[in-house]
Design a protein around this ligand. Sequence first.
Ligand code: S3P
Length: 429
Amino acid sequence: MTSLKLKTNIYGLVGEVTIPGDKSISHRSVMFGSIAQGETTVTNFLPGDDCLSTISCFRKLGVTIEESGGQLHIFGNGFEGLTEPDELLDVGNSGTTIRLLMGILAGRPFFSTLVGDESIGKRPMTRVTGPLTEMGAKLDGRKNGAYTPISIRGGQLNPIHYELPVASAQVKSALILAGLQADGVSTIIEPAETRDHTERMIRHFGGEINKDNHAITVKGGQKLTASTVHIPGDISSAAFFLVAGAIIPESEIVLKNVGLNPTRTGIIEVMKKMGAELEIVQQNDNSFEPVGDLIIKTSNLKGTVVEGKLIPKLIDEIPIIALMATQAEGKTVIKDAEELKVKETNRIDTVVQELKKLGASIEATDDGMIIYGKTKLSGGIVSSHGDHRIGMMLSIAALLCENNVELEQSEAISVSYPNFFSHLNSLIH
Ligand code: S3P
């Protein structure tokens, strides 16, 4: 475990950062490249620990994946090309890997076992094992299929008509991937719109998927064809610099190559509502995934309410939004965000606990948190608790602190942003 001494009392983050590849889309590029027919080339793939876990699992399932000249080449042979693994499939810390992989493996006629780290061992899997069992797959795990290790014996699947009890892109995507292998048309209904990278990826690989309001329909037995995938920058990674630029005095940061899929841009909506001087320049409305450059300047922020259908569009940004709220005038309320309790850590608890240590005025509620600003931050020893987004949020918080800050378990940041500190240091003059 690595403990890092962080920079404090910084004035002015100035410069340009090219945001690394999107984590959600990087996972899906490997998965779709593996189940399509032919050679898929991926550029700007995110080499974070989570996405490397996805590559390692697909290699164990018999897929050839090569890296050359910064590109990934995936040699897919359809769903039928996947073969029974000799070893355990280790997803590490990655919820997206395990949940989407379950959807793929549910339709494969072989046995496999999925394992992960301590955090994965606490995350609920019944939300996926339940509906996949209804489709005809045999899944099991600790506590009646609720927790890892998860074993799967897949086979012929029936289509499903399923209303998701929680707004989750991982569960939706698992069922879509199983639905692609089922005998008929599946319908999945979301309670609120979640990221649609799986749907976009299916179309990009020549498949068909329809959406009518919140109902998604997908036909089984489709053949997908290899493609070239250019991964846009991850808006969830950009969010740390967006907030840093807004709250640190005398800052101006240009963020290049940021994915602007409308199911992910909740952070931009909230920052604008809070009064941030944030500008979108050079937007490219590419049908696969829209991309643009963003400029953020130090801003006078005011508190706000973050709730309802906006939550899934910024679910991963809530830790950094909480920090932003400590530097906004007045009260900020985050509600309808119970899902935070089952992320890499219980993010209601870890955000509140760690920001309190730095002197923030923040309290936990049943479904979110309440933050009062604007508060000076002091310093001390904080921990990521092994959660990459908590680690990055605390590293930005440290820049505002008056005294020394030490971050424990800083290595977790490599899950989604391996060069986070070199990008951050390049902005400090
Ligand atoms: C993801 C979906 C979200 C998000 C996670 C990535 C995805 O999780 O928090 O970081 O790639 O589909 P849930 O589906 O659990 O909300």
